[in-house]
Write a protein that binds this ligand. Structure first.
Ligand code: AMP
Length: 195
């Protein structure tokens, strides 16, 4: 696989979560910054988004926030990130997250993070996005979601090949390995999109 230069990280906006999630985010951000990987994220200043940006900046890495304008108006945005892209709406933001990235990383989060992950999985199923999608499953947080995806496969809502769309890993420090070990994918996935 070619060198990883840019990744997008989907993660929580909530501050009221267990410290273990902040610790994992901090570790992940350190690995990305140390490897000179540009990070694209939702632009938030709080929760795991805030932790991600703070650590990347502290480690002198590069981070780009992408946020719809209405969120800027209510001051959701992180004030110090290197670059900001403000989009017309949530749909354009999700589209922008995927532009030019070498991988998508999903940390724990709520409905916003789930939505971003599910859209990415759906686009990959259709061959419209072909890069690795890795899920950082801290302390089994994502077990029910992964089980649901597997259940969809077991019940023929998806094909067994679709299991190769995402890769689950547990240790934030293994993120590069998880990305590199992700099964290859191509636009021809459209031919197996249907069950
Ligand atoms: P969640 O995983 O539900 O916390 O969702 C994260 C997503 O929620 C982000 O990508 C945004 O779409 C949205 N969001 C909610 N609150 C904020 C916030 N304070 N700052 C930035 N984005 C937010």
């Amino acid at each position: 696989m070619q060198k990883i230069k840019k990744v997008c990280v989907y993660c929580a906006s909530s501050d009221k979560i267990h410290p273990k999630y902040f610790e994992a985010t901090d570790k992940l951000a350190k690995v990305l910054a140390k490897n000179n990987i540009t990070v694209v994220y939702g632009g938030g200043a709080r929760g795991l988004m805030g932790q991600l940006a703070d650590t990347v900046l502290r480690e002198r890495g590069r981070i780009i926030g992408i946020m719809p304008r209405f969120m800027r108006e209510v001051e959701f945005h992180h004030k110090d990130v290197n670059e900001f892209i403000f989009t017309a709406d949530m749909h354009e933001r999700k589209k922008q997250f995927m532009v030019g990235v070498d991988a998508l990383i999903t940390l724990p989060g709520g409905c916003g993070t789930f939505e971003e992950l599910m859209e990415a999985i759906t686009l990959k199923r259709l061959g419209l996005f072909v890069k690795p999608i890795v899920i950082l499953n801290i302390d089994g947080y994502y077990d029910p979601l992964i089980q649901m995806l597997e259940r969809a496969i077991d019940n023929n809502f998806m094909r067994s090949e679709h299991k190769n769309i995402w890769t689950v890993f547990e240790n934030p420090e293994s993120v590069l390995e998880a990305i590199q070990k992700s099964p290859p994918w191509s636009k021809s996935a459209i031919n197996i999109a249907q069950v």
